[in-house]
Design a protein around this ligand. Structure first.
Ligand code: NAD
Ligand code: UDP
Ligand code: UDP
Length: 340
């Protein structure tokens, strides 16, 4: 795409830019004509996700941990740095809280110094195991403060608090998105989340691991729809701060998801029921009225279509150099946990 006129062209920092969502966001921003500073410590992200951007004249990669201060000059910040899969964020829970909290403080301090607009990738996990269904943004949630998921849930809640305090106290322009389960190409094959697990298992003919009785529900949003939501929220008028739910309201049980994946792949995999992890939410579905009204946004991709695109990605990945990912995964030490 042609470069933007100078006045539209921004320099945008994407923390967690080598991750699943971050790498798609970098693609989108480069496509829109911006200069992108991609920051990552490669805890769960991979150079593979952004290797096609290396060498692009408007793309720059920085290896850095957001828990340390950062001095760069940018116009906008998307703060995505944080492991998202339960297997990853529970691997080093103290680091997870530090990433959410110290990371938010550093990125907010940077935004304050620069007068830059800043976006926070918050999560539906702030609702915990919700009593309200579907979840609207004014629901305060039901979160265990001391359980195995707390490092992530409470870290993200504290980050939201910091965003709103910097907004009230220092007049920062903030954009807080509460992201519901998102899937698509570039999820890590061993990342332990349900969509990648089921697809990889079905492609390999391994048992499909359903935790609990499989009646718990989630609402799955395809990555392209989510990135469109990010950009619309970032570009929205100053008074729109969020929090805003971004997700696909289509709700499915894990049993339904498993059968759909088996059907789409034509796999002979059988289902294996395993114990349910602690504090696993029983149901989750976004109310996206606010996003529809304020951003004119709603997801367009049906689960079946998004799954097909994701299956094609994993099929190509597994038949090419699967061993590279296996090596990367073993090195980082969470492979055994991901295999449950
Ligand atoms: P991901 O694990 O693929 O990406 C996270 C990225 O952050 C990785 O590249 C990782 O290396 C990097 N990172 C982690 N700690 C860091 C640190 N201290 N300093 C610098 N970089 C660090 O996960 P994702 O699915 O792309 O999630 C991106 C963001 O969206 C996360 O903040 C996550 O909490 C949020 N989110 C995602 C989902 C989802 O379903 N994918 C749902 C809710 C919220
Ligand atoms: N910070 C940063 N980059 C900057 C400005 C600040 O990383 O360009 C970090 C720095 O570590 C600081 C934190 O952001 O401690 C919070 O900044 P703020 O100005 O809110 O508070 P300070 O601690 O500087 O009083
Ligand atoms: N899950 C499952 N089998 C798997 C991985 C996950 O049944 O191999 C379940 C998990 O217990 C949860 C749901 O799928 O109920 C979504 O899990 P995921 O880790 O993808 O996201 P989150 O729990 O954060 O919504």
């Amino acid at each position: 795409m042609r470069d933007r006129q100078m006045r539209d062209r921004k320099t945008v920092l994407v923390t967690g830019g080598a991750g699943f969502l971050g790498s798609h966001l970098c693609d989108r921003l480069i496509g829109d004509g911006h200069d992108v500073l991609c920051l990552d410590n490669f805890f769960t992200g991979s150079k593979r996700n952004i290797e096609h951007l290396i060498g692009h004249r408007r793309f720059e990669l920085i290896r850095h941990d957001v828990t340390f201060p950062l001095y760069v000059e940018v116009d906008e910040i998307f703060n995505l740095a944080c492991p998202a899969s339960p297997v990853h964020y529970q691997h080093d829970p103290v680091q997870t809280t530090k990433t959410s909290v110290h990371g938010a403080i550093n990125m907010l301090g940077l935004a304050k110094r620069l007068g830059a607009r800043i976006f926070q990738s918050s999560t539906s996990e702030v609702y915990g195991d919700p009593f309200m269904h579907p979840q609207t943004e004014d629901y305060w949630g039901n979160v265990n403060p001391i359980g195995p998921r707390s490092c992530y849930d409470e870290g993200k809640r504290c980050a939201e608090t910091l965003f709103f305090d910097y907004h009230r106290q220092h007049g920062l322009e903030i954009k807080v998105a509460r992201i519901f389960n998102t899937y698509g190409p570039r999820m890590h094959p061993n990342d332990g989340r349900v969509v990648s697990n089921f697809i990889v298992q079905a492609l390999k003919g391994l048992p499909i691991t359903i935790y609990g009785d499989g009646n718990q529900t989630r609402a799955f949003c395809f990555v392209d729809d989510m990135i469109e939501g990010f950009v619309r929220l970032m570009d929205s008028p100053r008074e729109i701060t969020g929090p805003i739910n971004l997700g696909n309201p289509g709700e499915f049980s894990m049993n339904e998801l498993a059968l759909l994946v088996i059907d789409l792949i034509g796999s002979r995999s059988k289902i294996a029921y395993l114990p349910l992890p602690a504090d696993d939410p029983k149901q989750r579905r976004p109310d996206i009225t606010r996003a529809k009204t304020l951003l004119a946004w709603e997801p367009e991709t049906m689960l079946r279509d998004g799954l097909q695109a994701t299956i094609a990605y994993f099929d190509a990945l597994l038949s090419s150099d699967d061993d590279v990912d296996e090596r990367e995964t073993r090195k980082s030490g969470w492979a055994a946990a991901a295999a449950h």
